[in-house]
Design a binder for this molecule. Structure first.
Ligand SMILES: Nc1ncnc2c1ncn2[C@@H]1O[C@H](COP(=O)(O)OP(=O)(O)O)[C@@H](O)[C@H]1O
Ligand SMILES: O=P(O)(O)OC[C@H]1O[C@H](OP(=O)(O)OP(=O)(O)O)[C@H](O)[C@@H]1O
Length: 190
């Protein structure tokens, strides 16, 4: 008698959406998720006030975040903009049967992420500098000083050594950027 077939659904890739503050990462991720219900989005743990708005995240205190690190809950965690961000290991469960799992990552943790996840792709979102400044001011989540600090970090380069990086320009229409990202994700499903 032959061995029973493995009926575990395949795991989708982890798709990091990265780029400077205000470039449209969250907007792009929301648009992609609406268009493809099998594309999941990873909810991050952030030491940001619960009422800040924007993306769906799990707000925690500094002490709670430290306890989660201690308990080894995170697949990845990092500091940026005076905040701490974590991606729980539960991301592996979301991958099962998904066409992919979108996650907003710091450009600074991409090489580490490539080591952690067995199928890892990067969508690098870009926009012209004047567009970034206008969008950050328009979003209104940060004060003027924080907007300046975020703009100063905008040109941070992607690390060398990433195996699968695809660029999406979001300087113009968001729908056009969503279509561009969809074609990248679908082409890579092969
Ligand atoms: N293509 C676009 N055209 C116009 N406004 C956009 C576009 N993409 C994003 N935005 C707006 O720009 C601001 C920043 O977008 P957001 O998705 O929060 O960026 P990020 O997550 O990269 O910081 C938001 O107010 C959003 O609605
Ligand atoms: O190292 P960098 O690539 O510059 O990224 C730094 C941080 O900025 C983004 O956070 P967040 O989503 O809170 O901010 P944003 O929406 O304004 O980009 C990103 O997810 C990182 O956590």
């Amino acid at each position: 008698m032959s061995a029973p077939a493995d009926i575990t659904p395949a795991k989708g890739p982890v798709i990091a959406v990265v780029g400077p503050s205000g470039v449209g990462k969250d907007s792009l991720m929301s648009g992609l998720a609406v268009a493809d219900p099998r594309l999941r989005s990873m909810r991050r743990v952030i030491t940001r006030a619960p009422e800040a708005g924007g993306e769906d995240y799990q707000p925690v205190s500094e002490a709670e975040f430290a306890a989660l690190v201690e308990a080894d809950v995170f697949a990845l965690h990092w500091n940026a903009h005076g905040l701490r961000y974590g991606v729980p290991r539960d991301i592996e469960k979301l991958r099962i049967g998904a066409s992919g799992v979108l996650v907003n990552l710091s450009r600074a943790v991409l090489l580490q992420a490539q080591e952690v996840f067995d199928d890892f792709r990067v969508i690098s979102v870009t926009a012209r500098p004047e567009v970034l400044a206008e969008r950050l001011a328009g979003r209104g989540r940060e004060d003027a000083d924080e907007v300046k600090r975020r703009l100063a970090r905008a040109s941070l380069a992607l690390p060398e050594g990433l195996k699968q990086v695809y660029e999406v320009d979001n300087s113009g229409d968001l729908c056009a950027a969503i279509v561009q990202a969809q074609s990248i994700i679908q082409a890579k499903r092969g």
